[in-house]
Design a protein around this ligand. Structure first.
Ligand SMILES: *[C@@H]1O[C@H](CO)[C@@H](O)[C@H](O)[C@H]1NC(C)=O
Length: 391
């Protein structure tokens, strides 16, 4: 009798749970809004309809993109939403229009603006950048190109397991956001594709990037003004221009970069490894509190570099002194091979020298010999075995 009562209760519970979950979870499949997985039919409107439905849902909602290729044009997913959690599960590939002129003068292809509580799982986005790169390579008058995926003025964002290929310009951009996790993304563009940064973060707080594999033609990760509490861990980079704080100090009134950690990174054949780059111009900007820990360099041209004299075409840089003040930057356990003689290059501002620079357990080689260092306007300390060193 107790057994029967017990199973009856379980059954009741199960019925309740099914009822409960169906009432709280709304699911929207883009194909039921007319999207076609054939790679040719423009499905932009269907995606927006699915978004609008999910966004207006009073419960957590899921948007499902099944496998197949979905052609979508420039699209903005606007918030704020009534739903507090939206999951976007992508099994297929989103493809940008093949004619880059369609994105002419557009800053981005896929934009999320003013959203809160969005998780994107899986999927591939193909920015179809090669026609634009060819235009740029030919020196014709080309648009700047669109960034593939941009989150702007948003918070509580998760991007997990996404693959981004061949963006016209930056692949993933986090701008003006709080609490963003980018986990296990793969980013690929040719080593000679211009301005195809992997992940760009600016004006954002509490951003975490872990387990990223990035091969691209520009910075693997670039960090712009106003970035604080950024955590980067387990990243492979190359080809590419490395992980770069900067360019900073292009504007006089500029927010600083503070509390950045880069931990466990492998650079293979990249232009730079760990870089801080500022314009040689007056600026209120700063870089303060950076930890670079456990980095492996494999044939990297500039494994450790601070360049405060960035001034393309030698224009707009009176006196070539950067106003950006760089302090409290620690390099710990950086090993491997430099592709140039200078493994550590600290070219700091004459008017605002770098201070509090720490080197600990550094071993960089060039060929069979120790690499050299270049140290200008830099103050700091060395501990452990440091080769080459400035202190
Ligand atoms: C620095 O950022 C990390 C996250 O990257 C955070 O856990 C830590 O609390 C921050 N430190 C300060 C002093 O804000």
């Amino acid at each position: 009798m107790t057994q029967i009562m017990c199973s009856f209760r379980l059954l009741l519970l199960a019925i309740l749970m099914i009822h409960f979950s169906s009432s709280v979870k709304a699911s929207y499949d883009v194909t039921s809004f007319g999207a076609k997985p054939n790679g040719r039919t423009d499905s932009t409107k269907s995606f927006i309809s699915a978004w609008t439905a999910a966004c207006h849902s009073t419960n957590p909602a899921t948007i499902h993109v099944p496998s197949g290729f979905f052609l979508i044009g420039p699209v903005t997913f606007n918030g704020p939403c009534r739903s507090s959690r939206i999951t976007i599960q992508i099994d297929g590939t989103l493809v940008a229009p093949s004619n880059y002129a369609n994105l002419r003068n557009l800053e981005q292809w896929i934009l999320f603006d003013h959203v809160d509580g969005i998780s994107v799982y899986g999927g591939t986005i193909d920015g179809h950048g090669s026609p634009l790169w060819a235009c740029k390579a030919a020196g014709r008058n080309c648009p700047a190109g669109a960034r593939s995926l941009v989150f702007r003025n948003s918070k509580n964002i998760l991007i997990s397991g996404l693959t981004s290929i061949n963006s016209e310009r930056f692949h993933i951009v986090i701008d003006g956001c709080q609490v963003v996790t980018v986990h296990g993304v793969r980013i690929t563009a040719p080593g000679n594709s211009p301005n195809t940064d992997g992940i760009h973060v600016q004006s954002s707080t509490d951003v975490t990037i872990t387990g990223a594999g990035i091969k691209t033609g520009d910075d693997c990760i670039s960090i712009g003004p106003g970035t604080t509490n950024l955590w980067i861990e387990k990243v492979t980079c190359g080809p590419g221009h490395g992980i770069s704080i900067g360019s900073l100090g292009n504007e006089y009134e500029e927010k600083g970069v503070e509390n950045v950690t880069v931990k466990t990174a492998v650079f293979t054949g990249t232009e730079n490894g760990l870089r801080i780059k500022t314009w040689g111009r007056p600026s209120e900007g700063f870089v303060k509190g950076v930890v670079f820990e456990h980095a492996m360099m494999q044939n990297v041209r500039n494994p450790i570099i601070i360049d405060q004299n960035y001034c393309p075409h030698e224009k707009r840089c009176p006196g070539q002194n950067s106003g950006v003040k760089i302090s409290q930057v620690n390099y710990m356990d950086v090993q491997g091979s430099s592709a140039s003689q200078v493994g550590i290059n600290f070219d700091c501002s004459a008017s605002n020298p770098c201070t509090g620079i720490g080197l600990q357990d550094i071993k960089l080689t060039y060929g069979n010999k120790p690499a050299k260092s270049f140290c200008e306007h830099v103050h700091g300390t060395a501990s452990g075995s440091v080769v080459p060193s400035c202190f």
